[in-house]
Ligand binder design. Structure first.
Ligand code: SF4
Length: 66
C-alpha cells in the first residue's frame, strides 16, 4: 500500500517548489498552500526528494508524523 503524505499547512511558505517539481502529487490550493492531490502520483523516492528539499520542512510521511 502506498504511503500517505502529510503537509503541515502552517509551515508551508507557498514557494510552489513541490507543485512545480511533482504536479502529479502536489498542487497549490485556494489559499496558496500546498496540498496533496494524489498520494500515489509519483514514486516514493521522488516524493522523498520533495520532503528533503521543501524550504518549510513541512512535507512528511503520515506514518512518520508526530
Ligand atoms: S515545497 Fe514545501 S514550502 Fe514549498 S509549497 Fe511545497 S510544501 Fe509549501
Amino acid at each position: 500500500m502506498a504511503r500517505e503524505i502529510y503537509i503541515d499547512r502552517d509551515e508551508c511558505t507557498s514557494c510552489v517548489q513541490c507543485a512545480d517539481n511533482l504536479p502529479e502529487v502536489f498542487a497549490m490550493d485556494d489559499e496558496d498552500i500546498a496540498t496533496v492531490i494524489d498520494h500515489e502520483g509519483a514514486a516514493e523516492d521522488a516524493v522523498q526528494e520533495e520532503i528533503d528539499t521543501c524550504p518549510g520542512e513541512c512535507i512528511h510521511w503520515k506514518d512518520e508524523a508526530g
